[in-house]
Design a protein around this ligand. Sequence first.
Ligand code: FE2
Ligand code: FE2
Length: 260
Amino acid sequence: MASIASRTALAGPALPLKARITPLAFQLQARSRKSNGAKRTLASSAATPQDEAPPEHDSRPKKVLTKAQKQFLDSALRVNQAGELAATLIYTSQNPPIIKAHPHLRPLMKHMYDQEAGHFKTFNGLLAKHRIRPTAMYPVWYAASSLLGWSTGVMGREAAMACTEAVETEIGDHYNSQVRELLVWKKEAKDKGETLGPELEALLVDIRRIRDEELEHLDHAVEQDAKEANPYELLTGVIRAGCRGAIWVNTLWFLAAMHP
Ligand SMILES: [Fe+2]
Ligand SMILES: [Fe+2]
């Protein structure tokens, strides 16, 4: 199981905030890790033999994607871009009330926002490169994400952190499913004497890094008493269902556009 320290080492320098983690936060963090054990096991199991980095000058032919695989990739990148847009909007609305009430959280909130902005930039670049049209539902995501960020921000620190915990739990699963799919493609290619190719290899690296950063946000949220939010179960249940619904709607919308 990857520790928060090891994941943070991947993501960048540790925040000063970590030095002020309370014993209660440690207990909550341990509870969260237990409840998210499946995801962490999956995350750490990613270093499988078929996942070894290819040699720099690989002479093997590059895998040719099937039509279904191309559609999966287009849909995944589009949903990822919409999700990262939503993440930046949540923090944009959530940060002012949280930082005003808890100024010591400014570095943490900025750190998480900056990482989300980086994720958004990554998927914007991939959409432009592969000529994939961004979501047509921008006004809906803008309104829903801003409302979610603002409402949990004014509810207080615990509610804001519960929002982050709920969102990152779903997004961690979402990115893990994409890593799994890419690893299946990689194994298929290897079995046929082919490679995944540099673009898909780079995408696999990007999605894993982003997933790890999302799970780092989840840990920060639990450290900051997400589980003390009231009503915790209702709040996280509604937000998690909303995330799943948004992913589902975005995927369906894309498939409908592909097959009018
Ligand atoms: Fe993100
Ligand atoms: Fe995140």
